[in-house]
Design a protein. Structure first.
Length: 271
């Protein structure tokens, strides 16, 4: 189920206590940080705006926020997120000079995702009890243009509660349409086999009857509105808000307005 009409997402601001491990995987090499929250210390995986990939800077962190909150709107699970505020005196408290340098390049707010423990990265095949959930995730990734939930890089935890999605910094590429010659295709044209077949759930879903899941997803898509975007963007730091957000809105609202074309493309690619 999507958000209730009176739901208002609130992203807390937390403050780092110390830096733990540096993740060597991924383009941005996030840091594991123990942070002080209103509920006491908690561990986060932190992506620094100064280390953001592909020259996107803080915009990659905007995509992370949008990916998480929009996932939740569609009833999909994600780790809890926070804005991690690195104050000017914090870097010098860390003994590693390289970490100090990285922190100094990213003073202010950064993106944090609650560290998940005791969970496993998903590996195919899809359990029969999770086929419906997998279909919803596939629909969502096709909507947001996410090519980064791949067979060899699932970016999804498999838990007793269901799939938990993470890592959306490369989703929403259409928010910067000028980065692709001729602009990005519409959501229903984006769903092409050469782009979707590497999705981690595609092999298990193809050939199955996913009509009910697709229809349920499209019903939620129909509820997407400017009010939902407002609620999400109010949680994005003011310095990160750029005209890219309007391009993102326009693309997704166009998908909503042409939901039947989007639905047909999903059906065709999974047939």
């Amino acid at each position: 189920m999507p958000w209730e009409s009176n739901y208002y997402p609130v992203i807390p601001i937390v403050y780092p206590i110390y830096v733990g491990k540096s993740k060597d995987t991924g383009r941005t090499k996030p840091l594991e940080m123990r942070c002080e929250t209103n509920d006491g210390p908690a561990d986060y995986i932190v992506k620094l705006w100064g280390n953001a990939d592909l020259g996107l800077g803080s915009h990659s962190l905007v995509r992370e926020i949008y990916g998480s909150l929009l996932s939740n709107f569609f009833g999909l699970l994600t780790p809890e997120i926070a804005l991690v505020n690195i104050e000017p005196d914090f870097p010098m408290s860390q003994p590693n000079p390289e970490i100090q340098s990285r922190l100094n390049q990213s003073l202010g707010l950064n993106f944090g995702s609650k560290l998940m423990t005791g969970v496993a990265i998903f590996n195919n095949p899809i359990p029969s009890t999770r086929m419906s959930d997998a279909a919803k995730v596939f629909c969502f990734d096709m909507l947001i243009g996410n090519l980064d939930r791949r067979i060899n890089k699932p970016n999804v935890f498999h838990t007793a509660e269901g799939f938990i999605l993470f890592d959306h910094e490369q989703a929403f590429p259409f928010s910067r349409p000028l980065t692709m010659l001729g602009g990005y295709p519409s959501a229903w044209d984006f769903i092409r086999e050469e782009w979707s077949r590497n999705h981690v759930f595609f092999p298990g879903l193809r050939g199955r009857d996913c009509l009910l899941e697709i229809e349920a997803f499209v019903m939620i898509l129909d509820e997407l509105s400017g009010n939902i975007f407002d609620k999400i963007e109010e949680q994005i730091p003011a310095a990160w808000r750029t005209p890219d957000l309007q391009a993102l809105r326009n693309y997704l609202l166009n998908a909503r307005d042409n939901a039947q074309l989007f639905k047909r493309s999903l059906q065709e690619i999974l047939a």
